[in-house]
Design a protein around this ligand. Structure first.
Ligand code: MLT
Ligand code: MN
Ligand code: ZN
Length: 275
């Protein structure tokens, strides 16, 4: 887990809510949602690339460059949304000699027109931008399967076409067999999602909000969690009981979310320690 916070991080720079004030006082910093995955410990992929990516890479020894001058273990980035908190970090990876990005056609279109990140990045690096229909084979023995879990567009892409806006990923280590589901933006727990998580070892769920009314109660701002595309933890927690052999944890915590405990992921957490 390179980062475990929703957009803005926690503390958020302009927020004086109790959660942000406590974090500031205690020197805690939850950076924005990004996970690094590997099958063989050598080839690494990012699940999304948030605005804190430079700091996150610098503090992760596994992602250090070398031995070649510009050799990096980072092979690519898999995008699950086109949101700014999941894509702005790509611009900070422009020094790459070469980088692969995987996204749905819907997300790719938004990042080509409404927010032309793809052509911009392509001017700085050898960009290998690929479609991610329902799955891809990655380097290092990893396979990634994808399902669409939501259709919420980013605010900047108000009338952009397409349906595959928000995805969940299931990454399987084809040698060890273990599998991990990444679903930090999950608007609803559908039967299809229930099948998608079945048998996984680890699942990272949407921990943006604890309850549907958290944002309004804590900031006075209108809008419910579910209307913002985020299933509250109070609703998803009971669903996890259907999969007793699977470990569920929460990421992408909004700065209003005061949760702590065993199933709350923090920056730097290793989800699998068998490597
Ligand atoms: C979200 O997770 O809903 C978005 O990242 C919201 C935002 O960009 O502020
Ligand atoms: Mn977000
Ligand atoms: Zn706050």
């Amino acid at each position: 887990m390179l980062g475990s916070a929703a957009g803005g991080g926690a503390p958020q720079w302009n927020c004086a809510c109790p959660v942000c004030r406590d974090a500031r006082r205690d020197g805690r910093d939850r950076t924005q949602d990004t996970v690094a995955v590997t099958g063989d410990g050598t080839a690494w992929y990012l699940l999304n690339a948030g605005p804190d990516i430079r700091t996150q890479i610098l503090r992760t020894p596994e992602l250090a460059p070398g031995p070649g001058l510009r050799e990096t273990p980072l092979r690519g980035v898999l995008l699950t949304t086109a949101e700014l908190d999941h894509t702005l970090g790509l611009l900070s990876l422009r020094e790459a000699v070469r980088i692969s990005v995987f996204a749905t056609a819907t997300v790719t279109h938004a990042l080509t027109t409404a927010f032309p990140l793809r052509p911009m990045l392509g001017a700085y690096t050898d960009l290998d931008w690929r479609d991610m229909p329902t799955g891809v084979v990655l380097d290092g023995g990893l396979v990634a399967q994808r399902i669409t879990v939501g259709t919420k567009r980013p605010r900047y892409a108000g009338d952009a076409p397409g349906d595959d806006w928000v995805s969940a990923l299931r990454l399987t280590d084809t040698r060890g067999g273990s599998s991990f589901v990444y679903a930090t933006c999950l608007p609803v727990w559908t039967p299809a999602f229930d099948v998608f998580v079945a048998g996984a070892d680890e699942v990272l769920l949407d921990g943006t909000f604890t309850t549907d009314d958290e944002l309004t109660r804590s900031t006075g701002r209108p809008g419910t969690a579910q209307r913002m595309g985020h299933l509250p933890m109070a609703v998803s927690r009971p669903m996890t009981a259907r999969h007793p052999a699977t470990r569920f944890r929460y990421g992408h915590l909004n700065n209003t979310n005061p949760s702590s405990g065993d199933d709350i992921a923090g920056d730097g957490l290793e989800l699998f320690t068998d490597h």
